[in-house]
Design a binder for this molecule. Structure first.
Ligand code: KG4
Ligand code: ZN
Length: 333
């Protein structure tokens, strides 16, 4: 029997979750609105907001789970990768909580946790499977052999897929975070309205920085001829850009599936919430006879439930760390 408290604080979400024997009892997420007016996450403001949020968020997670603090048997936390100041808040809180109650501490790699979120609900993937992890900072194709035996077989050479969405939104004058807004507008638009170039990157790696530049020039040139171009074509631009990002992602995923002869395919991370990606993945799955795993929306973007489930599998192995642990902005996979 294991009741675990998990903390996530790697970027701009302060989150706490309670997991009992692999079942998520609560998953509280405080999103930091303070960054919106700056058009991106301001690291120093994020750390301060985490400090304000962490205690109420943990208390909420404990009361929502209908457990007592005394029932908690281990504390899991995101060690990295992420913003160092933000990670420090969650790590210090986890260490303090564990020290005061003499509980074991469990470090979790945020990128592993995005993938292991697939082990929260049924059906759970069977090993080995391939996972396309697409977030604000990472774009990876991961060969998952076991819970903690994972290998990155493809990744981005420059921008992440989430960054491509966010930067597109910024060029279009939409507020941060732009991904969900581009997704929403794309639903009303024609994906074939405008063509954006496909990067020619060999193998399983990605590149999104060229796409960003081509959108920038496209908008600049169109606005010269028609100052109202953006306003009149917003949905079509969003749909066309989203279509391009999604086709880049799925082309490489198809290549990876062939190369590794694996037909169990998962997606994870913030961009896996994208409706275009989810739909297109289902279509490709039908053509290729894949079994696909698409996470519930609340487990796509940053959350502590994924840290809790990763922590649970580490707890079963007795994989604990000492009080001398410190967070890592960059962390080996
Ligand atoms: O995994 P996540 O919450 O945080 C990181 O670990 O980075 O991912 C955040 C990213 C942001 O770039 C956000 O714009 C993007 O995920 N995102 C989306 C959608 N929801 C979140 N991008 C496209 N469509 C969405 N529906
Ligand atoms: Zn994330």
């Amino acid at each position: 029997m294991a009741t675990i408290l998990a903390i996530e604080s790697s970027c701009d979400e302060t989150s706490a979750s309670i997991c009992k024997d692999g079942e998520i009892l609560s998953n509280i997420i405080a999103t930091q609105a303070v960054h919106h007016k700056y058009g991106g996450v301001v690291p120093e403001l994020a750390s301060r907001a985490h400090q304000q949020n962490i205690i109420p968020v943990v208390e909420d997670a404990i009361s929502t789970a209908k457990i007592n603090k005394k029932d908690i048997q281990a504390v899991a936390f995101t060690r990295g990768p992420g913003l160092l100041g933000s990670l420090l808040v969650g790590t210090s809180f986890a260490k303090g909580f564990a020290l005061a109650r003499n509980l074991p501490l469990i470090e979790v790699n945020h990128m592993h946790a995005h993938i292991l979120a697939h082990f929260i609900d049924d059906p759970k993937p069977k090993f080995p499977f391939l996972c396309l992890t697409v977030s604000g900072g990472h774009t990876q194709i991961v060969l998952v052999r076991d819970y903690f035996d994972m290998e990155i077989v493809g990744e981005t050479n420059d921008d992440a897929a989430g960054e491509a969405f966010d930067k597109t939104a910024k060029i279009l004058g939409l507020p941060y975070p732009g991904g969900p807004l581009v997704d929403k507008l794309a639903r009303e638009g024609n994906a074939a309205a405008f063509g954006f170039p496909e990067p020619q990157i060999p193998g399983l790696n990605f590149s999104f920085s060229g796409l960003k530049t081509s959108i920038l020039y496209f908008v600049r040139d169109k606005k010269k001829v028609d100052p109202d171009f953006l306003t009149n074509n917003m949905a079509d631009i969003c749909a066309s850009v989203q279509h391009r990002i999604v086709t880049i992602l799925l082309k490489k995923l198809k290549l990876a599936a062939k190369q590794y002869n694996i037909s169990h395919i998962a997606i994870a991370g913030g961009v896996s919430a994208n409706s275009g990606l989810r739909q297109h993945l289902q279509d490709v799955a039908e053509q290729e006879s894949w079994k696909v795993y698409i996470p519930a929306f609340q487990y796509c973007t940053d959350n502590a439930a994924m840290i809790a489930i990763a922590g649970y599998y580490k707890y079963l192995r007795g994989d604990f760390v000492g009080q001398d642990i410190s967070p890592l902005a960059r962390m080996n996979f």
